[in-house]
Design a protein around this ligand. Structure first.
Ligand code: BG6
Length: 490
């Protein structure tokens, strides 16, 4: 066990949606890693809940297949030990049957921290929380974890928050945005507030603009039915992208205390300039992929994947602005989409050009400095600086990267998945990297007028070919301002 991962107390984790994609692809592998690292200790129990007619043995057998290559060779024994912590309970969250037995089995195990993870569709959150309360399971220090998106607009988010809040106190409600569990995202806080270098220039006087790109090569695929009700704005911008924007733009918090940090993020969300039908056409672009060549073969269009008329945008670009003293006039260009040419998430902070060049006669063009924070893949930080090209023959300058890769700098063999960190934070009761109710609602307050503007316009999302960087209107959005998308990302 690394000293950075002290063991957490034994806990009881109940995963609703235990046979679903999130549980099997993300939560259980993350828990297995934490177990293999001895962060999860004996006495812990992980109970999957679902409607499938399975018993615990059948569920474990399924899990064994899902998880067999999660750990390295030679660690198969650890998987066996992990599976002994796993239980399964067949329960339909919408029906009364089975709840009494389930509650009784949990109550026998008083003493452990109790965590309920709702890895289900959001329309079940209220029912499940209500039943947990009725069964006397939400009392004391029991925690509930809910996945984004919390709602599909401000009104539905409030309804969910009210319903969850009826059973669980805000301090015990953990709203997951898994981007906050990514190493580089936390490193943004370290970089900004652990170094004296950046803070003095972290403002409109010195920063020209900020770009945030989250590009995926995958399509909506199996999730197309959910995705068509959401679209990229709700699925990615309302949460992940706005959280990244907040961490870039917030004022220095007084401490790392959860509320100190979240208070500052909230102020950024409140300062976002409103985008509505008066300006959405200039400030936003929606796209939807058509068939094209991606990942080395021809992939179907989004509509084909969906198997019917497709509504949702699979690509969004937005020119946002944080209207306060620090950031007035600095555009934050946000861009996210599915079926783009490469999987990359990065934040690019471009500084202002130098005020006067003494190199005009050397024929060198002086590029503005750029700080690139790469979230994935190849997590790291790059600072682009102007340097002299070595050798005689005049003073020629060229832009060169000062590169720091996490893997090289820290000898990181495996980058832990965001869920590993976040799940352990829930057990420890540390809400710093989770979204507070008011943050989620403030984000929707900014998103809602954009959704309304799109709904009111007759325009459909603009088509783009799978494997391209989205509709040409996205390029136009930034080029109108005399800027370009950062070339590493495309
Ligand atoms: C999820 C979205 O929150 O984030 C998915 O619902 C998206 O649509 C995913 O694919 C991206 O996460 P990551 O960690 O792969 O960048």
């Amino acid at each position: 066990m690394s000293p950075a991962s002290p063991a957490v107390n034994a806990f009881d984790l109940v995963i609703f949606g235990g046979t679903g994609d999130l549980a099997r692809r993300k939560l259980l592998p993350a828990l297995l890693h934490r177990f293999a690292d001895a962060q999860i200790v004996a006495g812990t129990r992980i109970t999957a809940i679902a409607r499938d007619a399975l018993d615990a043995n059948a569920y474990r057998a399924r899990l064994r297949e899902d998880l067999h290559d999660v750990l390295g060779a030679g660690e198969a024994g650890r998987l066996d030990e992990f599976l002994q912590l796993i239980d399964y309970h067949r329960l339909d969250a919408t029906q009364d049957a089975g709840w009494q037995e389930f509650a009784a089995s949990l109550k026998q195990r008083n003493g452990n921290v109790r965590v309920f993870y709702l890895a289900t569709a959001p329309d079940l959150f209220a029912t499940i929380c209500e039943r947990l309360r009725a069964a006397g399971l939400s009392a004391d220090d029991a925690r509930v974890v809910i996945e984004k998106p919390v709602g599909r607009d401000l009104a539905s988010a409030r309804a969910i928050n009210d319903a969850v809040g009826h059973s669980f106190a805000e301090r015990n409600t953990f709203r997951i945005d898994h981007y906050l569990g990514k190493e580089t995202v936390q490193n943004l806080i370290a970089l900004r507030f652990g170094n004296a270098l950046f803070e003095p220039v972290w403002r409109a006087e010195h920063i020209d603009h900020v770009q945030i790109t989250v590009a995926e090569t995958l399509g909506a695929g199996q999730r197309a039915a959910y995705y068509d009700k959401a679209g990229a704005l709700r699925d990615m911008v309302q949460n992940h992208m706005l959280q990244l924007l907040c961490l870039v733009a917030m004022e220095p918090p007084a401490s790392l205390d959860a509320d100190a940090l979240r208070d500052e993020k909230l102020k950024v969300l409140h300062a976002l300039r409103r985008i509505d039908s008066s300006n959405a056409a200039q400030l936003t672009v929606r796209g939807q992929y058509r068939s094209g060549a991606a990942e080395g073969h021809v992939v179907p269009s989004y509509a084909e994947e969906l198997g019917g008329p497709a509504h949702a945008e699979t690509f969004v670009a937005i020119k946002a602005e944080v209207a306060n003293w620090r950031w007035a006039g600095v555009p934050f260009y946000l861009r996210t989409g599915k079926r783009l040419p490469t999987r990359v998430s990065e934040i690019v902070v471009t500084f202002k050009p130098i005020p006067h060049s003494i190199f005009a006669d050397t024929g060198s063009s002086i590029m503005p400095n750029k700080l690139v924070l790469r979230l994935q893949p190849g997590e790291g930080v790059t600072l682009w600086l102007m340097n002299k090209v070595p050798g005689p023959g005049g003073l020629r300058l060229r832009e060169v990267p000062l590169d720091m890769s996490f893997a090289d700098a820290f000898g990181v063999q495996r980058q832990p998945d965001a869920y590993e960190r976040l799940l352990m934070d829930v057990v420890r009761g540390n809400p710093t990297l989770f979204m507070r109710r008011d943050e989620v609602e403030a984000a929707w307050r900014w998103i809602d007028p954009i959704l309304a503007a799109w709904a009111a316009s007759n325009d459909a999302p603009k088509p783009y070919t799978a494997g391209s960087w989205g509709p040409s209107a996205s390029v136009a959005l930034i080029e109108r301002d005399g800027r370009t998308w950062h070339e590493d990302a495309g």
